[in-house]
Design a protein around this ligand. Structure first.
Ligand code: SF4
Length: 370
């Protein structure tokens, strides 16, 4: 976030018109800013609740019902409410929604909402944390774009607010947030930590920290910091059982290899009570899906409190990889389960709108807009 002073000693994120970006502030910052303009803390709390609380999600001064008139006038003059503009929403045949947003500088990002009809409490929003990504994972569409820039905390928070506002009537209140859209969240850790703090605040969006999951390709130092500073959940995209394969499909492994990554988790999670990391494992035919891989995986995660998600790969144009058959995925799962691992099979959703993990960023050839 840009962060010049407001002239009252505080440092707050501002937009290019020097208006303070409300959604880029943690509650304590918002309170400080509101106080610096001569208003009371309880008025700051009311504003916070109007921005994030209980089905309101205000996007403009006009929507701040019941707020003190002078405070409203001050906000009109000095505050900006939105960081994103809605560009489009596409719906895949399974109900997955892909929302496209334009940022202030004209760049476009994507947010995905995954509804679960039978179990509405599982409805999930998948947010982006960067425009593009620098990690260059070989199976990932976003990885091909390279990194353009980090998203600000406000741009991340606003994705969740917009998703609620636009879709909660149709899909139910969204209870889960996953940082699995465009970007490597931990490369943008300051803004991601701020965004997650805002998301879990109990007077605001009030997501349960257990239901906000930040996913990483394995940036070890940032991962340590995240585990120290955040109470939210962590997912690690593992995808290989040997350094040879992981070096190839996830180049970050050349810097932080499997041993460093898993030893760090083993060590750090020793101090975290009842905390489980989620390992994601995208299955690629002939690359990482053999029974030997399953056996190695059991050894690799030994001593780490974890769950393992086996994900089917969604091929995209020009991809050199093919998905593992469902039958083979089940065999792989059974080997892990028999060894006592908590393992889930996730057959992909949203393929026809390219709204599946690692596929964001494909230019607009999506069918069936709503
Ligand atoms: Fe980046 Fe994630 Fe894609 Fe890897 S899988 S290139 S970390 S967006």
């Amino acid at each position: 976030d840009g962060a010049p002073s407001d002239g009252n000693g505080g440092v707050f994120p501002v937009d290019k018109e020097s208006k303070v970006i409300l959604k880029g502030m943690r509650y304590v910052e918002l309170e400080e800013w509101v106080r610096s303009h001569g208003f009371r803390p309880d008025q700051a709390l009311m504003l916070w609740k109007l921005l994030y609380g209980n089905g309101i999600w205000a996007h403009s001064v006009d929507e701040l019902k019941g707020l003190n008139k002078d405070l409203k006038r001050m906000l009109e003059e000095h505050a900006s409410f939105q960081s994103l503009s809605l560009k489009d929403i596409k719906t895949a045949s399974d109900g997955t929604r892909k929302i496209l947003f334009t940022l202030e500088d004209g760049l476009v990002i994507e947010t995905v909402v995954i509804p679960f009809q039978k179990e509405r409490s599982r409805t999930t929003v998948c947010v982006s944390s960067q425009v593009g990504c620098a990690m260059n994972c070989q199976f990932c569409f976003t990885g091909r774009m390279g990194l353009t820039r980090h998203l600000t905390a406000a741009e991340i928070v606003d994705q969740a607010v917009y998703a609620q506002r636009l879709l909660s009537n149709e899909v139910g209140t969204i209870k889960n947030v996953v940082f699995m859209g465009m970007g490597e969240p931990l490369q943008n850790i300051d803004n991601v930590l701020k965004a997650t703090d805002i998301m879990v605040h109990d007077q605001g969006l009030h997501f349960s920290p257990r239901k906000v999951t930040v996913s990483t390709s394995g940036l070890v130092p940032q991962l340590k910091r995240y585990l120290h500073e955040s109470s939210c959940a962590l997912a690690v995209s593992l995808n290989a059982t040997t350094d040879e394969v992981r070096n190839w499909i996830m180049p970050i492994n050349r810097k932080y290899n499997l041993n460093m990554l898993l030893e760090t988790l083993r060590e750090e999670l020793r101090h975290k009570h009842k905390y489980k990391v989620l390992f994601e494992y995208v299955m690629l035919a002939g690359i990482n899906d053999s029974i030997e891989d399953a056996k190695r995986l059991i050894d690799l995660v030994r001593g780490i409190p974890c769950k393992i998600n086996l994900l089917s790969f969604n091929p995209h144009s020009g991809s050199q990889f093919r998905p593992t058959s469902t039958e083979k995925m089940m065999e792989f799962r059974d080997v892990l389960a028999e060894a006592g691992c908590v393992v889930l099979l996730r057959l992909s959703r949203g393929d026809d709108s390219m709204a599946a993990c690692g596929q964001l960023g494909k230019p607009g050839d999506i069918q069936a807009p709503i």
